[in-house]
Design a protein. Structure first.
Length: 268
């Protein structure tokens, strides 16, 4: 597939979007921070009746805050391990996990042992600084709070996860690994059904996804109206599936361009 400019998304298709899933790091953010314009775009989308749901590798602690404080319908976190959705009228947080508490505890012990092996075998790698707030996975930092590792080192981290029987996905900052048969797409399917009352297979044309890195490939491949911010082009050789459309700008500025195209098609 050849990525087209976001401006080439037909107006009728853009106007039909009712649900927008979006990655966070390097998709909404720039240099590790959330720009005001990107947050404002989330608000504008919500006011226009588009349900927005961040889909992220970030930890449960962050997702609880995002679900409560951001103008979103809910959050899919830790690469699909759970979703959180806050009912503002009832003042109640809904938390749904793939695995139960006992299975998560057992997996945590396995991941803790694996973490020690990875740190021993890959010099310069570190446990991600947000690991303390994670419910189900292990995040290894290769460039967020440590000097950037080369591609070979990142591949070795991913290999060590795989050798241990874990699933491993590479984001723009971390290698995330977990035990279990799930990913971002499987939990988005469940979130859409249980929270939004939507079928993402039957209503694919009414949904879109925005991302930036290789671990977003399943989402790029599934959603007909998938979009990338411009920094996705850095990973083009590593993408198993490409987004259908791409913004001109990187990070949060690129997300704003995509949001404005969707809103403009609605006359907003």
């Amino acid at each position: 597939m050849t990525m087209q400019a976001i401006s080439d998304m037909p107006a009728a298709e853009a106007a039909a979007i009712e649900v927008l899933f979006t990655d966070i790091d390097d998709t909404l953010t720039e240099d590790g921070q959330l720009p005001a314009l990107a947050y404002a775009a989330l608000e504008d989308l919500a006011r226009a009746g588009i349900a927005v749901a961040p889909v992220t590798g970030r930890p449960g602690g962050w997702c609880d805050l995002i679900a409560r404080l951001w103008p979103v319908a809910g959050v899919v976190g830790e690469n699909g391990a759970f979703y959180f959705a806050y009912d503002r009228a009832a003042r109640r947080m809904r938390r749904e996990f793939v695995a139960g508490p006992e299975e998560r505890r057992a997996n945590r012990a396995r991941l803790d042992a694996l973490a020690m092996r990875i740190l021993d075998e890959v010099p310069g790698a570190a446990i991600a600084s947000d690991q303390l707030y994670r419910e189900a996975d292990l995040a290894i930092d290769f460039c967020e709070d440590v000097p950037a590792l080369d591609r070979a080192a990142v591949a070795r981290i991913q290999q060590l996860f795989t050798e241990a029987g874990a699933v491993a996905k590479v984001s723009s900052i971390h290698v995330n690994g977990w035990f279990g048969d799930y990913d971002k797409l499987t939990m988005c399917r469940r979130f859409a059904a249980e929270v939004l009352g939507r079928d993402i297979d039957a209503q694919n044309a009414r949904m879109a996804f925005v991302g930036d890195s290789p671990n977003d490939a399943p989402m790029f491949g599934f959603f007909r109206n998938s979009c990338g911010v411009a920094n996705v082009l850095r990973f083009r050789e590593q993408l198993e599936a490409e987004p259908a459309y791409v913004a001109r700008a990187e990070g949060g500025a690129g997300f704003v361009q995509i949001a404005r195209h969707l809103l403009g098609a609605r006359g907003v």
